[in-house]
Ligand binder design. Structure first.
Ligand SMILES: C[S@@+](CC[C@H](N)C(=O)[O-])C[C@H]1O[C@@H](n2cnc3c(N)ncnc32)[C@H](O)[C@@H]1O
Length: 250
């Protein structure tokens, strides 16, 4: 098991569900573009770091039974409401071993940037490989260096009648770690409550990810990016986000 502590999304869950969870449609489009041809009707999906379950719900609508794993009980309580037909399990991605195997494993919206070192990422990749059926696919995205430099460099605020959140992000080039520091004020029964929390992400070079995927016995590894016209193409060094597609040998 890893020495690093987990990212704690519990204080962030309601805010994430409302303001970030709807990115699932965009990720589903990319998933279909990248792996659609290879995903059979009714293929089973493991959504790793599933968050608030919006992607699970869209996949269920397309006829795919989904199991979601996440380490945040609060994120999972939203997921259960958003996708009632899916099965959700509270696990650390670095430490799970399920009795069933899947045709496809997905992990979206830079979830795996929360693995703060290569050893943790390798544990995740090995767990995913074990969870896949032979010939099954693993698709995930990561924030890349240019994404951190351009997008994680200042304030981001959410203001609603019953909650206000002030977020400050920064990217530390020296250790390739990005910080997300938030102060959330939420109102319930006419009382405002304050929560402060921090989430960290680690930046990885695509060559490191490819090497770790190979160490975890993945083959057929491809790295993609989405261009300004939403078309998929091969990843280039300055792209902000990368999409990795890898296969478990048959
Ligand atoms: C940015 S959210 C993405 C959620 C979802 N995949 C989506 O596309 O909206 C990252 C998720 O990863 C989960 N997470 C982070 N570290 C984890 C770990 N070690 N094990 C399991 N889940 C983890 C968080 O709890 C959170 O729900």
């Amino acid at each position: 098991m890893s020495s690093n502590s987990q990212a704690d999304y519990n204080p962030f869950a309601a805010l994430y569900n409302k303001h970030w969870g709807n990115s699932a449609e965009r990720f589903l489009g990319i998933l279909i573009n990248l792996a659609g041809d290879q995903i059979a009707e009714g293929a089973t999906v493991l959504d790793l770091c599933c968050g608030t379950g919006q992607l699970a719900s869209l996949l269920e609508e397309k006829g795919h039974p989904v199991t979601g794993i996440d380490c945040s009980s609060e994120m999972l309580s939203f997921a259960k409401k958003n996708s009632p037909s899916s099965k959700f399990l509270l696990h650390d991605a670095r430490d799970f071993n399920l009795s069933s195997t899947f045709d496809l494993v997905v992990s979206t919206y830079d979830s795996l940037n929360h693995m703060m070192n290569e050893a943790d990422l390798l544990l995740v990749f090995q767990n995913v490989n074990r969870a896949l059926k032979p010939g099954g696919h693993f698709l995930f995205d990561l924030n890349m260096e240019n994404g951190f430099i351009q997008n994680w460099n200042g304030p981001l605020n959410v203001v609603e009648d019953d909650h206000v959140c002030a977020i400050q992000t920064c990217f530390r080039k020296e250790d390739q770690i990005a910080e997300f520091n938030a102060t959330l004020m939420s109102k319930a029964n006419e009382t405002w409550t304050r929560k402060d929390f921090q989430l960290l992400q680690k930046c990885y070079d695509d060559s490191v990810i490819t090497r770790l995927l190979k160490s975890a016995r993945f083959t057929n590894i491809h790295v993609y990016a989405v261009d300004d016209n939403k078309k998929l193409r091969t990843f280039e060094e300055n792209d902000k986000r990368a999409f990795f597609l890898a296969t478990k040998s048959s």
